[in-house]
Design a protein around this ligand. Structure first.
Ligand code: ADP
Ligand code: NI
Length: 220
């Protein structure tokens, strides 16, 4: 990259472009629209919770560009500190943005989540809000289909993974993913605003699962 923007709007624009470049045409529920929604929710959360607006916006836009479960064969992760520095951002700020991104991902139900600052709290909540509710349901089944998971397997039991490796290696059906992650997120929101937003989306998933099981067992 050879751009040397001086105002933050230019850096945001460069981050949006990179996000489109890396995530367009994704069939797992992680297209650039996912990161754009996380960005917009981040803006809303920052308005009520505080934190550095530029850091959270850039972290939201770039949080999945290097996600190891999404990297296509032959595509190398991009050095985000170098990318941001080429955009005119100080190394120290770039390092903090990368640290926020490193802590955002869910790593298993029994793995402690590390939230060192308000910026991490906000981006984590925004990412998790996009994992629940109607969009969360759509994304989970898109991911399940794209990676070869069955919709539902009645004999399978959910597992509360205590390490990242077993969480990512897990081949459970998509309905189990609700119990292993999605239904837990409401009580793990970091911010009050995130907690309020999560409640409605959580209720929607509960209703969806009730209907799913009622249809499965022939009650409806
Ligand atoms: P995180 O980094 O916290 O995993 P992402 O933005 O990468 O958050 O999105 C994760 C989403 O991908 C989940 O909320 C879900 O929709 C989907 N996903 C990940 N693993 C699975 C799985 N095993 N089964 C179904 N969906 C999954
Ligand atoms: Ni994400």
């Amino acid at each position: 990259m050879n751009c040397k923007p001086v105002v933050s709007e230019d850096i945001i624009e460069a981050a949006r472009k990179l996000c489109i470049e890396r995530q367009c045409n994704d069939a797992t529920g992680h297209s650039h629209y996912h990161s754009f929604r996380v960005h917009d929710t981040t803006v809303a959360l920052q308005a009520s919770e505080g934190g550095n607006p530029l850091k959270v916006c850039i972290a939201a836009l770039l949080h999945d560009v290097n996600d190891k479960k999404l990297l296509k064969k032959g595509v190398e992760p991009i050095d985000l500190v170098v990318f941001l520095s080429d955009c005119g951002l100080e190394i120290e700020i770039g390092n903090h943005i990368v640290a926020i991104i490193d802590n955002v991902s869910f790593k298993g139900a029994s793995v402690e989540q590390i939230v060192p600052d308000i910026e991490t709290a906000i981006v984590m909540d925004a990412d998790r809000l996009d994992a629940i509710g109607a969009i969360g349901i759509a994304r989970a089944f898109a991911y399940g289909g794209a990676t070869g998971h069955d919709l539902y397997e009645p004999d399978e039991r959910p597992e509360m993974h205590s390490d990242e490796e077993s969480y990512f290696a897990n081949r459970h059906c998509t309905v189990n993913h609700f119990h292993e992650k999605l239904l837990l997120l409401k009580d793990r929101m970091n911010t009050d605003t995130g907690k309020q937003m999560a409640q409605k989306r959580h209720n929607y998933m509960i209703n969806f699962l009730k209907q799913f099981h009622a249809e499965w067992t022939g009650e409806i």
